[in-house]
Design a protein around this ligand. Structure first.
Ligand SMILES: C[S@@+](CC[C@H](N)C(=O)[O-])C[C@H]1O[C@@H](n2cnc3c(N)ncnc32)[C@H](O)[C@@H]1O
Length: 290
């Protein structure tokens, strides 16, 4: 007979409580995974007392994580964010063969959510005009992949077109020192992103409340689009990017369905063949001499 759900949960609790190493701050990934395993078992029909025991253990592990997040935030405020964040994110990156596909989130996203002090606006964006896509953050592993494959560095200006709460510009400026600009039409998201940047004393990142079709694109060297819009809105922004590319070379990084449209632009060349569940990086062709 299979063990009952309460016995399975009790065994998991005992296993986690025996493992003293889970109390060490650097065991972030292991704690997050332990909490996920406990959480999954709470969906089963388990005895109330054991459920409460599991919930208390999860809160205790989260408290240890919170201490680690506070230390990372302090390092960012002290200007040590690049080294500290890169260390953590590389240590936490899932091995390639276990990395989830596409849009799924993983332990890296839990860490990013712990480190970035967002007080998210309540409710959804109800007033989304046609052809504009609702907010969904880029999974952190794709942000890191984009940073690496665009070779983003402190000489660059990254523009996230439709930046939502600002994960991409915030993480990119912390990890590279690049100046980063988030353009977003939703005022509540912009306010939230600005508060987060202020709390972390990040001066290299700016959030502009604007429709991307009207934004100043003149300083950008790398433009990121996580399918923020479609149809004529995307067309209009791509036309504006093409005008920028007629004066200087730019890189455009995309994720999601907009990649197929961007791949059809004759003025852009992909660095590698586009893959459906990965960031694609495009370079503009050299501008014609005047
Ligand atoms: C899929 S989310 C991407 C969020 C963010 N770039 C990220 O990757 O985490 C798309 C965002 O684009 C914003 N958006 C949609 N149309 C826009 C427009 N015309 N101008 C500026 N922002 C827009 C939405 O409000 C939403 O926050």
């Amino acid at each position: 007979m299979p063990p009952d759900a309460t016995a399975v949960l009790q065994a998991r609790i005992a296993e986690i409580e025996r493992d003293d190493s889970l109390q060490r701050p650097e065991r972030l990934r292991e704690r997050i995974e332990a909490m996920d395993r406990l959480d999954a078992l709470l969906f089963d029909d388990v005895a109330d007392a054991v459920r409460r025991h599991a919930s208390a253990l999860m809160r205790q592990l989260e408290t240890v994580n919170h201490t680690a997040y506070l230390a990372i935030r302090a390092a960012i405020r002290d200007g040590e964010g690049k080294a500290v964040m890169r260390h953590w994110l590389q240590a936490l990156a899932a091995p390639a063969d276990t990395s989830p596909d596409g849009q799924a989130y993983d332990a890296l996203d839990s860490v990013l959510a712990g480190v970035l002090p967002f007080d998210e606006p309540a409710g959804d964006d109800d007033a989304l005009p046609a052809e504009m896509v609702f907010y969904q953050p880029t999974p952190a592993r794709h942000i890191l992949d984009m940073i690496e494959r665009t070779r983003l560095d402190a000489t660059d200006v990254l523009v996230d077109l439709g930046s939502g709460l600002g994960h991409v510009p915030l993480l990119a400026t912390i990890c590279t020192g690049a100046r980063c600009i988030g353009i977003e039409r939703n005022a509540a998201y912009i306010a939230c992103a600005r508060r987060c940047a202020e709390a972390l004393a990040l001066t290299g990142v700016t959030f502009v409340e604007q429709d991307a079709r009207a934004a100043d694109l003149s300083t950008g060297t790398v433009f990121y689009l996580y399918t923020p819009f479609t149809g004529t809105v995307l067309r209009s922004v791509l036309d504006r990017l093409q005008r920028e590319a007629s004066a200087r070379r730019i890189r455009v990084a995309t994720l999601g369905p907009c990649t197929a449209i961007v791949a059809g632009e004759a003025w852009l060349v992909p660095l590698e063949p586009p893959q459906p569940h990965r960031v694609t990086v495009f370079c503009s062709i050299a501008p014609r001499p005047a």
